[in-house]
Ligand binder design. Structure first.
Ligand SMILES: Cc1cc2nc3c(=O)[nH]c(=O)nc-3n(C[C@H](O)[C@H](O)[C@H](O)COP(=O)(O)OP(=O)(O)OC[C@H]3O[C@@H](n4cnc5c(N)ncnc54)[C@H](O)[C@@H]3O)c2cc1C
Length: 475
């Protein structure tokens, strides 16, 4: 008798270890691993250029782990799955759930259609530590504040699913199906030149990074995570986003191995950061329009400026404020930006330039390798002040003070703004205040080799506060 064939539909779970859908299909018999590049219905959620690069590399790594057995497609997911079922005689489809509203909508339809056709469909949670719909307040409503969400909701709920080990043997259904990864045309040459210097996507690299982080950086995480030049954070966000590592692997490995290297405080701080990722997804689950609409409706009243030129200076790292420019250039060149720097540049855009947070969200979306619908929109709303448990509207990060505190030796600035490298720490944070002879000695001509400040910080903060106050007056 023919063995049962099962499709494993890979999506944001590009790994073979700790993969419940793959494990389920292996148990059922022969496996047909597929990936479908499908952005029908994605609208503004279509992948950015850097994320597309990551996806291509990640698919290559996954295909290698599957002994070249990954079948790749492009088009409407349902049509493609129905075709594969026809061609192969598969009787089951397994997948791990995604939590983007547009994907939930699509998948719900696909599941129903396949079930109606008598196909066995099974979906699993492999992306979050806790299912969003399970973490609600005792009265059944959604949490709006992080600490009770994490402490009373997550930590008092059932412990996250245990890790599933890497399958020893996969019985592949051997058939030629689909197109090649190259056919998806995900990689832009220039993007490849930039990003391949910094990253190696894939499951193996993710695990290597996690173990390195636990051994070398976790012990300094609580304090060190604030300093961009220290580089002590895990940099696992893109791997998590594409599912090359699961939050469960991070959650349990950090606890199982971490105590040999780091204190409880450092470990708890790291686990709490994973909690913020859960919170972002929880808030998105209960607010499908979070990426486009202010959670706090008071902010709808604000009339934002839309100064194209100012926005361009910001995106290009040419604002005249070295810490902002360093961060924006890091983003462009590496597809990544340190968390504190994300907060500083976001505050600058929204609260000094008075440009709507959507403009920043969109720019991040295109350039972050970890661009993630929940985390990106949640955090932009957090910085802007309109999100849940957000920083208050009147808290405006001062980029000079932030630089002096968190990059006191200006190592980060010197790395990304090399034209200022010769200035001492006395002047590098505010080159426009340096005497002429100091600038000349450092080879700097303000307005030529490095821009003059695009706005006045004090005046712009004052105007922003006034505008916020006026807008909220009658609400
Ligand atoms: C304006 C803005 C936009 C952001 N956009 C994204 C985004 O698109 N994708 C994304 O993954 N993160 C985003 N973040 C959150 C955070 O900056 C990154 O998750 C973090 O910098 C990733 O680096 P890491 O992996 O070294 O983090 P680590 O410090 O090693 O933390 C471990 C993991 O915890 C999670 N995490 C940490 N901080 C946060 C946070 N504030 N919110 C949600 N999860 C968190 C991440 O998954 C991260 O990989 C954004 C933050 C801001 C302020």
């Amino acid at each position: 008798m023919d063995k049962q064939k099962s499709i494993v539909w890979f999506r944001k779970d590009l790994r073979v270890s700790d993969n419940p859908a793959l494990a389920g299909a292996i148990k059922a018999g022969e496996v047909i691993p597929i990936y479908i590049f499908d952005e029908y219905g994605a609208d503004y959620c279509k992948m950015g250029s850097h994320a597309r690069w990551w996806l291509a590399k990640s698919l290559e790594a996954l295909s290698e782990s599957l002994e070249g057995g990954l079948h790749v497609f492009q088009g409407h997911s349902l049509e493609i799955i129905e075709n594969i079922i026809k061609k192969t005689g598969a009787t089951s489809v397994f997948w791990n759930r995604c939590y983007e509203p547009w994907i939930i909508k699509r998948d719900t339809k696909i599941k129903k259609t396949l079930l109606d056709q008598g196909i066995n469909v099974q979906s699993f949670n492999a992306y979050l530590l806790w299912e969003p719909h399970e973490i609600v307040k005792t009265d059944g409503t959604a949490y709006k504040v992080f600490t009770p969400f994490f402490k009373n909701g997550c930590l008092k709920a059932q412990a996250p699913r245990e890790i599933i080990s890497k399958p020893k043997n996969i019985n592949f259904c051997k058939m030629k199906l689909g197109i090649s990864i190259v056919d998806l045309q995900l990689i832009d040459k220039k993007v490849d030149q930039r990003l391949s210097k910094y990253w190696q996507p894939g499951e193996k690299e993710a695990m290597k990074r996690l173990k390195y982080f636990i051994k070398h950086d976790l012990s300094d995480y609580k304090e060190g995570r604030n300093f961009p030049a220290k580089d002590v954070t895990s940099k696992l966000s893109p791997y998590l986003h594409f599912g090359e590592i699961s939050p469960n692997q991070m959650w349990y490995l950090v606890q199982d191995l971490g105590y040999d290297y780091a204190s409880r405080e450092n470990i708890q701080t790291f686990l709490t950061e994973l909690g913020w990722r859960e919170f972002a997804y929880n808030v998105l689950f209960f607010n499908y329009d979070m990426p486009r609409k202010n959670l706090n409706k008071k902010f709808d009243k604000i009339t934002w400026k839309y100064d194209k030129k100012l926005l361009q200076f910001w995106t290009q790292g040419q604002t005249g404020y070295p810490i902002i420019d360093a961060a924006m250039r890091e983003l462009y060149h590496t597809g990544f930006m340190h968390n504190r720097m994300r907060m500083v540049v976001a505050s600058f855009l929204v609260k000094n330039l008075m440009i709507h947070w959507h403009a920043g969200e969109d720019w991040f979306w295109d350039l972050l390798v970890d661009a993630d619908l929940a985390s990106n929109s949640f955090n932009w709303q957090w910085v802007a002040g309109c999100g849940y448990d957000a920083t208050p509207y009147f808290r405006i990060f001062n980029p000079i003070l932030q630089a002096k505190k968190f990059d006191s030796r200006a190592e980060y600035i010197r790395q990304w703004v090399p034209e200022l490298a010769k200035l001492s720490v006395k002047y590098i944070f505010e080159p426009y205040n340096a005497p002429d002879h100091i600038l000349t000695e450092a080879g700097i001509v303000l307005g030529k080799t490095y821009p003059k400040p695009m706005i006045d910080l004090a005046i712009s903060s004052k105007c922003a506060l006034e505008l916020f106050k006026q807008s909220f007056k009658h609400s």
